[in-house]
Design a protein around this ligand. Structure first.
Ligand code: GLU
Length: 290
């Protein structure tokens, strides 16, 4: 049984890239007689707005998409994410970290004793510069899990327990397809100790997406190539938490005339703007090549 989902964050208008992703997701579900789901990823309550959510529903309905109601909303699932963090904490895989972006930048630019002079800048992973490990304890912290501090995943410990391997039915940004195995070394040095519980949020995109795809029994994740690198984190978390790994279909990104990937602030490409200008759903399909 195929289950796909489109999982936008209600932090701005949907644009042509979202239309492409949602239509692809529905197409893959339909091709297998499966179900297409909509999920609202609103853990960032400082940016999520009810108006954007309403517009997401309107735009997707206008495009001809349908999904079962009620939809899953991440803001209603904070306890589920807490429970997942507790499991990872009990496995000794999390530690609190209070470093600011600035602390991290400073630690990464500080000259290191005995280190070769750096020719290039710090390694950048899916969440930005790879964390230098300032707060990483030598042994897993004991006691109760802190609820008011950001928590990071101890990547070296995590990959010692599970590996990350998944089936890519689409393509990564460099054409990656088929069985993708991510070497532990890459996980440690190119991704590093990612934050799984953000301050004021109690969770993170990575943790929530893994819990939700599992809860919704999503069999096929259809999304843009910009999230290909993050998939390694998601697959590792699925394994650690005992969830199945879906198939992944990463698709090309819709770009503007200058070749730049569309962003939420590109109002000119917003579905709502095209609608207001009198475009029809078929016009949008044609614009994204569907
Ligand atoms: N909420 C994410 C976004 O709007 C998408 C998450 C996903 O498809 O895994 O970019």
């Amino acid at each position: 049984m195929i289950v796909t989902r489109f999982a936008p964050s209600p932090t701005g208008p949907l644009h042509l890239g979202h239309a492409f992703s949602a239509l692809m997701s529905q197409r893959i579900a339909r091709s297998g007689g499966g179900t297409f789901l909509l999920r609202i990823e609103d853990i960032d309550q400082s940016r999520a707005r009810a108006e954007w959510e309403t517009q997401i529903f309107d735009d997707l309905h206008w495009l001809g998409l349908q999904w079962p109601e009620p939809v899953m909303r991440q803001s209603e699932r904070l306890q589920i994410y807490r429970d997942a963090l507790q499991s990872l904490w009990d496995m000794g895989l999390l530690y609190p970290c209070q470093c600011s972006r600035r602390d991290i930048a400073e630690a990464l630019s500080a000259p290191q004793e005995c280190a070769e002079p750096k020719v290039s800048g710090p390694t950048v992973g899916p969440d930005g510069p790879v964390y230098p490990g300032t707060c990483r304890p030598l042994r897993p912290p004991t006691g109760t899990i802190p609820t008011d501090l950001p928590l990071r995943l101890n990547m070296a410990r995590a990959v010692a327990q599970q590996d990350a391997c998944f089936d890519e039915c689409g393509h990564g940004p460099e054409g990656q397809t088929g069985t993708i195995r991510i070497p532990p070394d890459h996980m440690i040095h190119a991704i590093g100790d990612v934050v799984l519980a953000r301050r004021d949020m109690g969770t993170s995109y990575h943790l929530s997406v893994v819990c939700d795809d599992a809860a919704q029994q999503v069999s096929d994740v259809v999304r843009g190539q910009d999230l290909f690198e993050a998939t390694a984190i998601h697959v590792l978390l699925q394994r650690l938490l005992g969830h199945p790994t879906p198939r992944y279909h990463h698709h090309r990104l819709i770009r503007d005339a200058a070749g730049k990937r569309l962003a939420k602030r590109d109002d000119a490409r917003a579905i709502a703007t095209y609608r207001a200008e009198g475009a029809r759903p078929d016009d949008l399909r044609a614009m994204v090549g569907l």
